[in-house]
Design a protein around this ligand. Structure first.
Ligand SMILES: [Zn+2]
Length: 181
């Protein structure tokens, strides 16, 4: 399965080290085709996601500072659910905030519609309507629904979209997130 690794080169290197080491170990595992995606321009991340979504095949995203276990990664790949994700702690300084449901106080908009104002933290759920992209498997349906824009709310927009069509994320444990702040 295709494994997309979006990262910003030359930034937060200490936070990326463990993820890179994990991918290095995974390189010879033929069950995964690793694709490194440089996200330099703000549109780069979503442009890549749009491209892979429109290929019509399931893909996995592992963001630059998340560290799964091989067991969790394999369980997500092998799962028959269309969307699977792992919990991760959003902010290492605030360890109680384990997220499968992606949460934010931002106002999220898609098109002209304001969809949601605030999403609560939810833990230990088997399925999540809203999810972050730390580690996620997505099975695309239809054409990609958005114009690439700000990566900061991409996961919120897309998870709202998939949940609108009845696709919840199946949660596979909790992974390490080396995001310092
Ligand atoms: Zn699953």
């Amino acid at each position: 399965m295709k494994l997309l690794h979006p990262y910003l080169p030359g930034s937060r290197e200490s936070e990326q080290r463990e993820t890179l080491a994990f991918l290095e170990q995974l390189k010879d595992n033929t069950n995964y085709t690793i694709e490194h995606i440089k996200t330099i321009d703000e549109l780069d991340y979503e442009t890549a996601i749009k491209y892979h979504w429109n290929q019509g095949e399931p893909f996995i995203i592992l963001e630059q500072d998340n560290v799964p276990t091989l067991e969790i990664l394999d369980s997500i790949r092998n799962c028959s659910e269309p969307i699977c994700a792992a919990n991760y702690i959003l902010n290492m300084k605030d360890r109680k905030n384990v997220v499968s449901q992606y949460m934010s106080n931002r106002i999220i908009t898609a098109g002209n519609a304001t969809l949601i104002k605030a999403i609560k933290y939810v833990t230990n759920e088997e399925y999540a309507d809203l999810y972050g992209f730390g580690l996620v498997k997505i099975t695309p349906f239809g054409r990609y629904p958005f114009m690439p824009s700000n990566w900061r709310d991409m996961d919120s927009r897309l998870s709202i979209y998939t949940s609108k069509y009845g696709y919840k994320a199946h949660i596979h444990g909790t992974i390490k997130h080396n995001h310092a702040k």
